[in-house]
Write a protein that binds this ligand. Structure first.
Ligand code: FA5
Length: 353
């Protein structure tokens, strides 16, 4: 029986199994303990004889248990060391990580360049009053220029609590209907009403057009608007800033080109392109021009209605608006603007920032 016990102990596979054996043999109801209890029924000689044997057994069992416990602990430690050791020669695991969207990357780059030139960055509402998006920009309802930007109109039927807010939070519902802004130019008016010149701002933002989409037209895209107003601001400053943008984007050899065109809110109006030295080609990016005097008048009239002093007499300014996706498309050779917002990872991953 002792041999079976010793055998079992030396083969115990775990500390738990060992503990169970200890209880089985040496525990309060263990076999050995039971045997000890029967000693009282024996004659003194037998008792002495049997007692010695039992004590011997007990000692041997305890020793065996201790020895096995030490071995098992040693093995466990060994195993842990092996499992937890780091093999620095293994190739690393690649953890998938997120990244900025291509549009954010380009916008970030544009804003960095303009901040360097001293521009502040401001943003405006995407649901806009017809007044700021069109009328104040010299595009009255009957003007054919409105057809240049097909519009999503927003109706708030039976929603009397809906208000569009003006630059100072005032309600401007009376000034016209609501639209999803078709360009960021409305912010020119809002900002001028709220501030006095001189200033330099850029306005990044989402714009919307009721457009049949194709490879170069989306119904939602981004623009970056720029506006500089002050005394003695001229077209030369506009050219300088756009040229600086070209250099910021395309390096020392980057340059800008201007061609006359028409926008109701600038006079004269231009469209501008940038020279991309690497590919040796011009990239058409957007429109620009000197702020039309009509805008200054609208802004001052609005300020006057709010009890503010007129602030735009004797100043001039220029503005530009460019397509952000357009720049990305030309620069990276993206074949279709619709890739931008289909959220296909195989596309997005290529431009992780
Ligand atoms: C405007 O939106 C004027 N507000 C720009 C402006 C601002 C002129 C200030 C003068 C002064 P236009 O409609 O051309 O202009 O749009 C400007 C740019 O937005 C275009 O050059 C093009 O890059 C981009 N764009 C226009 N429509 C789309 C479209 N459907 N999808 C993607 N990009 C577009």
């Amino acid at each position: 029986e002792l041999n079976t016990a010793l055998e079992e102990i030396s083969h115990a596979e775990s500390l738990e199994a060992l503990q169970a054996l200890k209880v089985r043999y040496l525990g309060r109801n263990g076999l050995l303990t039971q045997a000890m209890k029967t000693l009282g029924q024996l004659s003194p000689e037998e008792r002495r004889e049997r007692g010695r044997t039992l004590n011997e057994w007990k000692e041997r069992l305890e020793k065996a248990l201790e020895a096995r416990e030490a071995t098992l602990k040693e093995q466990a430690l060994q195993r842990r060391l092996e499992e937890e050791s780091v093999d620095v020669t293994l190739p690393g695991l690649a953890f998938p990580s997120g990244g900025l969207h291509l549009t954010s990357l380009i916008l970030g780059e544009l804003l960095r360049i303009f901040r360097r030139m001293g521009f502040s960055v401001v943003e405006g509402p995407e649901v806009e009053s017809e007044f700021f998006n069109f009328d104040a920009l010299n595009m009255p309802e009957w003007h054919p220029a409105r057809d240049m930007q097909d519009t999503f109109w927003v109706e708030f039927r039976g929603e009397p609590s809906f208000t569009i807010q003006g630059p100072f939070g005032e309600r401007v519902n009376e000034l016209g209907g609501a639209v999803l802004r078709t360009h960021t130019s409305g912010m020119q008016i809002r900002y001028m009403i709220q501030h006095t010149p001189p200033f330099r701002i850029v306005v990044p933002g989402r714009v919307f057009r009721y457009e049949e989409t194709d490879a170069s037209h989306e119904a939602m895209f981004h623009q970056l608007e720029g506006l500089v107003v002050g005394e003695g601001i001229t077209m030369a400053d506009l050219k300088g800033a756009i040229a600086e943008l070209a250099r910021g984007l395309f390096g020392k050899e980057g340059k800008a080109r201007f061609q006359p065109t028409f926008f109701p809110f600038v006079e004269p109006g231009v469209q501008f392109a940038m020279w991309w030295p690497e590919r040796e080609k011009w990239l058409e990016l957007g429109g620009a021009g000197m702020v039309h005097p009509y805008l200054f008048k609208v802004v001052d009239d609005y300020r006057e209605r709010l009890g503010l002093p007129r602030a735009y007499q004797g100043v001039t300014g220029w503005a530009f608006g460019m397509g952000v996706e357009r720049l990305a498309i030309l620069r990276y050779g993206i074949p279709d603007i619709r890739y931008f917002y289909q959220n296909r990872l195989s596309f997005l991953k290529q431009f992780k920032g």
